[in-house]
Design a protein around this ligand. Structure first.
Ligand code: GLC
Ligand code: CA
Length: 542
């Protein structure tokens, strides 16, 4: 792995929710440019932009209708070029989201493919229905709930969609499709971007369309998850395109194990796994249980030990906010739990990904009913749950806790109207806590989450053990995660609590304080015997 890739600290931006500069209520590229100094000062050196391509926004840009153009809501191609240049001037690289499992049904390829005689017909997965067209071609179900096939009125055939019916899966058994993707990759890499976050990349190859084993969720998945065809495609992307550029790829990979992740890491530089995000749920993400820190820590340990280099994250645009989910989001411990999570994230081995707003401890949204929700997945799930006769109150409870809109509420910049995000009407309501949770207030707070992030980011840049060090978990009481990173005779030890009670350590840990959310570092040696609620501390040992 190249040094700059190893040293990358990535900040994810959901452009729609970052900063609106023209009052239409939608975040835009000029808004990102305006905040580049803020991002440089935070210390991040790469930005991953969720999709900014032309899109009818059924899934806010994850449904692409033209891979070569910028969504006019976000600005122009020259705004994007300006962003790449201005970011570069500040030592920040730009990663784009590569969404190639599917396109929008409004993509010209799909429109043309509806005609069985068109050369584009083979670009998608079209099949005759069963029973004279009454039933879909197989029993597969979609990630967003419900069946994975939609019947087209025009040609009477069904097309496969593993996500929303407005997002049709591409057919990688037809060679020209991969060639189109390579052209798209080259186009953006030539423009100066530093790589791709590859959306649901381990589901792209479907070589068979046999019925799947019936399951609670995602029936059919054994036929495509991390399949051989996927490896073949990724290998060709790497050999034919990526190897020619100074770039890197991170794959979003669903339902991977350390073993399958390692195999995918032969072709991708690193992958996002989900196992740690599944420790507070039963069966699927809509059924959440109480967060149990020890489960979370055990999974992190398994991945730290089992995979050479992880893409570490606790938040993104699909997940609830980490301080609400794994921490404590009321004033008493919000600072402590947000910074304890930050310590784990930045001290683990691998590349840390920080999601916009995480650095100021933004919390889950405050929604009062489905009328406040914008996410297509939440609508699908609500409809499905209604069909299953789940009472309305219960449905709302599920949605409120897990809806992706929790992480998509606009960035809270200051305590003014709409948190300083827009002068217009925001596309999704600003959290009502923006009056006191915002970047400006946090900067000036005595206990500042962003200042803590800055300190940790700086430490990652100065201590080789945080980059190259190996990972060893240390024994610690329930609710406390302790681990050691060691490289060439220098070691850093992290002790992080995610519980509300004080905990006595099994044995004292001593060292020089590098960072702490209770104890401020001042070159002091300490001997730690217990940790306070959500306390985190990073020590250097010689
Ligand atoms: C990924 C994205 C998610 C999107 C889905 C379909 O999981 O992160 O936001 O809805 O893929 O593209
Ligand atoms: Ca705008």
């Amino acid at each position: 792995m190249k040094d700059w890739v190893k040293e990358a600290i990535v900040y994810q931006i959901y452009p729609r929710s970052f900063l609106d500069t023209n009052g239409d209520g939608i975040g835009d590229l000029p808004g990102i440019i305006q905040k580049l100094d803020y991002l440089r000062d935070l210390g991040v050196n790469a930005l991953w932009l969720s999709p900014v391509y032309a899109s009818p926004n059924d899934d806010n840009g994850y449904d692409i209708s033209d891979y070569y153009s910028v969504n006019p809501e976000f600005g122009t191609l020259s705004d994007l070029q300006k962003l790449i240049g201005e970011a570069k001037a500040r030592g920040i690289r730009i990663l784009m989201d590569l969404v190639i499992n599917h396109t929008s049904v409004e993509h010209p390829w799909f429109q043309a493919s509806r005609d069985p005689q068109s050369p584009y017909h083979e670009y998608y997965i079209w099949r005759e229905g069963l029973d004279g067209g009454k039933r879909p071609p197989n029993n597969w179900t979609s990630f967003f709930g419900g069946g994975a096939w939609e019947r087209d009125e025009q040609n009477g055939l069904y097309y496969l969609h593993l996500f929303s019916p407005k997002m049709a899966d591409l057919n990688y058994n037809h060679a020209p499709v991969a060639e189109e993707i390579k052209r798209i990759m080259r186009y953006w890499l030539d423009m100066g971007i530093a790589g791709f976050r590859c959306d649901v990349i381990n589901v792209i190859s479907k070589r068979t369309l046999q019925d799947g084993r019936k399951r609670f969720a995602l029936t059919g998945r054994e036929h495509y998850l991390s399949a051989e065809g996927c490896h073949t495609l990724l290998k060709s992307f790497r050999e034919d395109v990526l190897s020619e550029y100074d770039c890197f790829t991170v794959g979003e990979t669903v339902m991977v194990t350390p073993k399958t992740a390692n195999e995918l890491c032969k072709e991708l530089d690193m992958v996002f796994s989900f196992a740690h995000m599944e420790t507070d749920q039963i069966n699927n993400k809509w059924f959440k249980t109480r967060f149990k820190p020890h489960k979370f820590f055990n999974v992190l340990e398994t991945w730290q030990s089992g995979v050479a280099w992880n893409a570490n994250y606790f938040e993104n645009h699909d997940q609830p906010r980490s301080v609400s989910r794994f921490g404590y989001d009321l004033p008493l411990y919000r600072y402590y739990s947000a910074t304890s999570l930050a310590t784990v994230l930045l001290a683990l081995r691998g590349t840390p990904y920080i999601y916009a707003g995480q650095e100021i401890g933004m919390t889950n949204g405050y929604f009062t009913g489905m009328g406040d929700i914008r996410d297509t997945e939440s609508f699908n799930i609500n409809a499905l749950a209604k069909k299953l006769r789940f009472p309305e109150k219960f449905r709302w409870k599920l949605i409120m806790r897990t809806s992706r809109d929790n992480a998509r509420t606009p960035m809270q910049w200051n305590g003014g109207a709409n948190g300083g995000f827009t002068e217009g009407e925001p596309w999704l309501g600003v959290n009502r806590n923006a009056s006191y949770i915002n970047a400006e207030a946090d900067e000036n707070a005595e206990n500042s989450i962003i200042q803590y992030y800055r300190r940790l980011i700086l430490l990652r840049k100065t201590l080789p053990s945080l980059i190259d060090g190996n990972f060893t978990r240390l024994p610690a009481p329930a609710g406390v995660f302790a681990f050691r990173r060691e490289f060439e005779g220098e070691a850093v030890v992290a002790v992080c609590s995610l519980v509300k009670n004080e905990r006595a350590l099994f044995k004292p840990v001593s060292g020089e304080v590098l960072a702490g959310n209770y104890i401020k570092p001042a070159g002091n040696e300490i001997c730690l015997r217990s940790v306070r609620p959500y306390e985190a501390i990073l020590l250097r040992q010689k």
